[in-house]
Design a protein around this ligand. Structure first.
Ligand code: GAR
Length: 207
């Protein structure tokens, strides 16, 4: 049962509950956002209902337009302040939030309203290579320089610290010592496309 801000009553089942409306937050390209959209587009239970970006020029906003998903740009200052983003989630009846390459810390009021209903994907095996400033290619470069022989993806609940919420799922992939960061990125993206949508579904349906 979803138990946050938009909690519905306890006797509801997935069937009686109607569509679970999901918002995706993304700051850049949005390839995961689009992949997640396609995974759920025929779903009777889960709908990608809103896409939010903190970057006006982010390609994810183009993707949202093309896919016909309502979208919103909100600058970092307004986002961090918290009130308007919570209002937006409320007015779009959003039940669950997915961070897919979103690079701003989530404000406390949103975390509180959506307790255990916000998840993030990180492109490495947390707790390694996480924290502020560790995103996208910075992560892959750090992994390459470290000489690690494995990297992967981590899906976790979001709390008020970067990359520290409880871990839901990890999947690793072999890499060569000091492998080219672009090659590492390709391997990690492949894992993200394969596993992230199914994990989102599993978390939502387990509520
Ligand atoms: C993804 O690899 C995601 O794991 C990463 O940003 C990329 C976004 O790609 N997220 C982070 O680094 C968060 N710390 P996309 O915009 O093509 O989906």
């Amino acid at each position: 049962m979803l138990k946050g801000y938009f909690c519905r009553n306890n006797s509801e089942t997935m069937e009686s509950r109607g569509l679970i409306r999901v918002a995706i937050f993304a700051s850049g390209n949005g390839s995961n956002a689009e992949n997640i959209f396609h995974y759920f587009k025929e779903s009777k239970h889960i709908q990608i209902a809103y896409i939010v970006s903190n970057k006006k020029e982010a390609f994810v906003l183009e993707r949202a337009k093309k896919l016909g998903v309502p979208s919103l740009f909100m600058d970092n200052k307004e986002f961090r302040q918290g009130n308007r983003i919570l209002e937006e989630m409320k007015s779009h009846s959003i039940d669950f939030i997915v961070l897919a390459g979103f690079l701003v810390l989530i404000p406390a009021n949103l975390i509180e309203a959506y307790l255990d209903q916000i998840i993030n994907i990180h492109p490495a095996l947390l707790p390694k290579f996480g924290g502020k400033g560790m995103y996208g290619d910075f992560v892959h470069r750090a992994v390459s320089e470290s000489g690690e022989l494995k990297t992967g993806i981590t899906v976790h609940f979001v709390n008020q610290a970067y990359d520290e919420g409880s871990i839901i799922f990890q999947k690793s992939v072999d890499i060569e010592a000091r492998e080219n960061p672009n090659k590492i990125a390709e391997k990690v993206h492949a894992l993200e496309y394969e596993y992230f949508p199914a994990i989102i579904k599993q978390v939502i349906l387990s509520k």
